[in-house]
Design a protein around this ligand. Structure first.
Ligand code: SF4
Length: 257
């Protein structure tokens, strides 16, 4: 079953990877918008036709976030991080960079010690304004589910204009300052087997990860029922083996299963 976030601000929710995370959803509250259509997306498949193209307005995001931060402070609710997430790809919002500045202002006013994270699929990194905004925050968490184009296309189902080599090159602009997120899975989709845990996959993936020299790598497995029904959640032991490979290469790793 897919989940859409019907609010601009949601949580704080206890997140597997981030702790108590206050979600900021810039996307429409009744429809998903994304440049990928990942086979495991918790928001479900992209709609055939975008039902609602109304990105949440900058001023509405500001006001909703400020109100919630005031409540959290008054109620002494647990909070670790303010996270751009929600119904699709947050950087698609036409005022993404301005909203980043707003959120930094509010964070500094109410919870200066808390971090700001953006969960992004990294497809908009050719836009300088977006990369500049992402470099202002503490945790730019960018997706790399496979370093092999064919597998990547099966898992992430990018839009027609997507260019894999440009994608990898754009990730390189975050070298030394990137958190990589990778979903590990296997299964079958539309008659294609998919498995990004094979030796060949892991060799290619680690090669790219090493070049990016990330601050951290978040590896995780399926949590909720994915839209593609024939996927298998990989076991904690397998994730631990992948974590070991990263550790032997001196790359910090965080697991969620
Ligand atoms: S990039 Fe994120 S929001 Fe977009 S389809 Fe993939 S999992 Fe869903």
């Amino acid at each position: 079953m897919s989940i859409l976030f019907h609010d601009i601000i949601f949580g704080p929710i206890s997140s597997r990877r981030l702790g108590y995370s206050l979600g900021i959803n810039l996307l429409p509250i009744s429809s998903k918008i994304c440049t990928f259509n990942c086979i495991y997306c918790e928001c479900g498949w992209n709609p055939d036709k975008t039902l609602d193209t109304g990105f949440n307005k900058r001023e509405d995001v500001y006001n909703a976030l400020e109100n919630r931060l005031v409540e959290i402070k008054e109620n002494n609710e647990p909070l670790d991080v303010l996270t751009f997430a929600g119904n699709g790809e947050p950087t698609l919002h036409p005022q993404f960079s301005e909203i980043i500045d707003d959120v930094i202002t509010l964070r500094n006013k109410y919870f200066p010690e808390k971090k700001i994270a953006v969960l992004s699929n990294a497809t908009t990194l050719s836009n300088k304004k977006i990369t500049t905004a992402l470099k202002k925050i503490d945790l730019p968490i960018l997706k790399l589910d496979s370093a092999i184009e064919n597998t990547f296309r099966i898992i992430n189902k990018p839009s027609d204009s997507f260019n894999f080599q440009d994608y990898i090159n754009n990730l390189s602009s975050f070298k030394n300052n990137i958190i990589i997120q990778t979903m590990f899975l296997r299964g079958e989709i539309n008659g294609h087997n998919v498995d990004n845990t094979s030796e060949n996959e892991l060799n290619k993936w680690i090669e790219v990860v090493k070049k990016l020299n990330p601050i951290n790598v978040m590896i995780y497995s399926i949590d909720r029922e994915p839209p593609a029904k024939r996927l298998i959640k990989i076991q904690p032991e397998e994730l631990k083996k992948i974590a070991e490979i990263l550790k032997t290469n001196n790359i910090p790793v965080q697991m969620a299963f």
